[in-house]
Design a protein around this ligand. Structure first.
Ligand code: SF4
Ligand code: SF4
Length: 236
């Protein structure tokens, strides 16, 4: 996970895209094409790395984790944020909204850009509203793109939970979306939609029980637990 040291810098560098597209796009809708380019990059990357884009390169994710976090009350997320039915409702509503705007655009490049500016504006508004009270990246559990990436790449670069896990719960504490890999020890793997591939839990697990791999690794080998260490400030 040596490359994980750069995650914070990617996020800080990409976070300004949010005010640029949301505010600037209001005056110059062509900025919406930044959102289209990011979407294309996300979908391509998800075929090889699942939700890696969300953990590393999403401008909105970076904005929530590095800026919104400064003002958030960081309460525990509501269970409904992770409920499948709720995610599907948000997905259908958001995609219907986008589809209707694109149909009304009728091929006009300005209106197409404006449609994506509108999508980023609506998403960012909702994300800020919930992120101020609950975890700053609560939206990343609900985001329609999370569900979509899970659908197109359900077995790609999944977080594996080894048998050495002692269910200490530390991974949940460092996870931006409160996923608890330790609770899935018996399953052995975390669902694609529930993991941003940020690597926080991997570097902080005291027994190095976590790793990434396509699909599920088997058989598992027993690993001698190394000595405990403090939570790494690397990704804080
Ligand atoms: S931090 Fe490691 S040992 Fe602790 S619950 Fe998570 S995976 Fe298991
Ligand atoms: S489960 Fe681990 S890798 Fe996945 S989002 Fe949470 S902290 Fe990041």
């Amino acid at each position: 996970m040596k490359e994980a040291k750069n995650r914070k810098y990617w996020q800080i560098g990409l976070a300004p895209l949010v005010p640029l597209v949301v505010v600037g796009g209001y005056f110059w809708p062509y900025l919406g094409y930044i959102a289209i380019a990011m979407l294309a990059f996300m979908l391509t990357l998800s075929l090889f790395r699942g939700r890696y884009y969300c953990g590393w390169f999403c401008g909105m994710g970076g904005f929530f984790e590095r800026v919104l976090a400064l003002f958030s009350r960081k309460r525990k997320m509501l269970p409904v944020f992770k409920a499948k039915w709720f995610r599907w409702i948000v997905f259908v509503l958001m995609m219907s909204l986008l589809a209707s705007r694109l149909i009304l655009a009728n091929g006009d490049p300005v209106k197409i850009g404006a449609a994506f500016v509108m999508m980023w504006t609506v998403s960012t508004g909702m994300a800020i509203a919930i992120g101020l009270f609950w975890k700053p990246r609560s939206w990343c559990s609900i985001c329609p793109m999370a569900l979509f990436q899970g659908l197109i790449a359900p077995r790609t670069y999944l977080l594996q939970v080894g048998e050495s896990c002692r269910e200490c719960g530390l991974c949940e504490k460092v996870c931006p979306i409160e996923t608890n890999p330790g609770r899935l020890k018996n399953v052995g793997v975390v669902k694609s939609t529930d993991c941003l591939r940020c690597g926080n839990c991997v570097v902080n697990c005291p027994v190095k029980a976590l790793s990434f791999a396509d699909s599920r690794q088997a058989p598992r080998k027993a690993v001698k637990p190394p000595p405990e260490k403090e939570i790494s400030p690397m990704f804080s």
